[in-house]
Design a binder for this molecule. Sequence first.
Ligand code: PLP
Length: 388
Amino acid sequence: MDWQVAIPFHPEKVCYHGGAFFEAIGATFENLNRRNQIINADVLDAWFPPCSESLKMLHEHLGWIMRTSPPNHAEGLVETLSQARGIRPENILPGGGSSPLIFLALTQWLNPRSKVLILNPMYGEYAHVLEKVVGCRVERFKLYREENYEIDTHRLSEKLSEGFDLFVWVNPNSPTGQHVRREKVEKVLKQCPASTRVWIDETYVEYAGDGQSLESYAAASENVVVVKSMSKVYGLSGLRVGYLCGSAALLNPLRQLTPPWTISLPAQVAAVKALKSPVYYKEKYEQTACLRHTLAEELNALGISEIIPGIGNFILFHLPDTMGDGPTLIKACRDKGLFIRDASEMGAGMGDRAIRIAVKDEFLNRKMINILRIALKECNQREVLSHA
Ligand SMILES: Cc1ncc(COP(=O)(O)O)c(C=O)c1O
């Protein structure tokens, strides 16, 4: 057919997020059983399944759910969030994952003259949207490896007093896993100029224990917005659900730009059920802490001693100089079906030996350690040969 011009499809440059494991599985899903041959520890999806109530609803009604238009603006999900979080519905804006909300708000609020402060290192999508999509001026608040990338909140408050249009704070941070406790965050927010909007990304906050979220603080404030993903803490990454919490004045203009049906019906159903199952999830967060602790000990036993003390469902570590570099280890693991993430690209100054690995269940953690042991041995032998 003459309209079929042979032009290869090259998407515009986008932010890299891991997910290379889909190359092994096949992104057209011909054989999804291949998922059992790989370990996708390069992304931070939950190691545990969604709660049984979510699974049961989808199992029982899937055919109907798939062919039925969802509530237009996820009204039931908003109502459930409102009850679960103690926040009024007008202070909640739901979205199909937090990513579309990040793109929506930041592209609406900012322009090339805007001045924005972000952390370094930090989740890479923000730098991408700010610098590549909006094209605004971005300053980086450096976190130091010698300090385990901990945030010095006094230094942060001083920096914020210089005045920014927006400050993006991922708390707990990725890839470091470092978390600043709520009382300290509130202190910084109270000192921050009212003209600075503060965007707090709480994708991993449930892993920090109860009472750490600033959702209700944001709802009552004029310049603070919390963005919450339901991907990593409710086991819903594939379904895509997230939401913003903030003042109605900040959220309403964004609400007007939100089309109907942005959250699929399977996602709305599963999210509502998940929010009503706090006991199940709390148990999973506690188990995650134990699994992370054991995984860190086993990494340490492999000779990896520089492990950042984070609280998420992942671990950031630096390989010692005596071992091969990060990309070599990543390749050796990948050849054995283990996908781990090169964290060095998530912030300047991390060096080329920074690796982030997701916490999995006991069986997969053991498997990951075995693969790492073999891969490290191979890398070390190569290193010795190259110096011979
Ligand atoms: C810190 C942070 N924010 C936001 C997101 C986006 O999550 P989602 O779009 O699945 O809600 C991620 C995903 O990895 C993340 O790590």
